[in-house]
Ligand binder design. Structure first.
Ligand code: SAH
Ligand code: MG
Length: 208
């Protein structure tokens, strides 16, 4: 029987900017806390570190490592003039950047020795990646091209019994963009995965 870990947040998570419900965060924590000791997980899209904290705490409990992959320049919707732009996240070069905020979050949560930040696009890092993963969380760019590229870049590295978590899965276009649900359906249709968790817009699949 795997050990059971309780989530205990070392910081006020509501102070971390981001796009994740507490219930989704708890599900990510639980998923990461079921990793085998020494396993490796990858997060695509960290923003200011909200999901990273939940995943990272699960990894810390199991002596696993989380690669948090983000170029930290924001997705389409975060750019100036777009719906989710936050003008407080402009760096000293005048560019949108979540890197400083992310770093503060990870340090404050005591996760510097668990989370390895990768300042890269997801596809570029995937090209260099060798080895199998216990968990991949996809929450990066939400255009169809970006979401499909993330899925295709990482699906082959997920170990048997490893998990694929996808955020922003909305059944109808009125609730949100349809790229994540397209990836979710593709993963299920591949016959490689079964669904094990559905909470809010988070879906977690397990590789057969
Ligand atoms: N998981 C976060 C929210 C992520 S928002 C939370 O819990 O709040 C999406 C993030 O994906 C942004 O920070 C953006 O910079 C990043 N991103 C978008 N496209 C990317 C790509 N191709 N490679 C790496 N990161 C990307
Ligand atoms: Mg999201």
């Amino acid at each position: 029987m795997p050990q059971h870990f309780e989530l205990s947040l070392p910081i006020d998570i509501d102070q971390v900017k981001g796009f994740l419900s507490h219930a989704e965060g708890e599900a990510l924590f639980r998923c990461a806390s079921e990793l085998e000791s020494g396993a490796v997980a990858v997060e695509i899209g960290s923003y200011c570190g909200k999901s990273t904290v939940y995943l990272g705490l699960g990894c810390k409990a199991t002596n696993s490592t989380l690669f948090a992959v983000d170029h930290h320049r924001g997705s389409e919707e975060h750019q100036p003039g777009e719906m989710f732009h936050d003008s407080a996240l402009i760096d000293d070069q005048g560019a949108f950047s979540t890197l400083a905020s992310f770093r503060r979050t990870i340090s404050a949560a005591g996760l510097d020795d668990t989370v390895i930040a990768v300042l890269s696009s997801s596809a570029q890092f995937a090209q260099a990646w060798r080895g199998s993963l216990g968990l991949v969380f996809i929450d990066g760019g939400h255009s169809l091209d970006a979401a499909l590229l993330d899925y295709r870049s990482w699906v082959g590295s997920i170990a048997s019994k490893g998990r694929l978590a996808i955020h922003d899965v909305y059944p109808g276009a009125e609730a949100g963009g349809q790229a994540p649900i397209t990836v979710y359906r593709l993963a299920l249709a591949s016959g490689l995965f079964k669904e094990i968790v559905a909470v809010d817009s988070l879906r977690i699949l397990e590789r057969l």
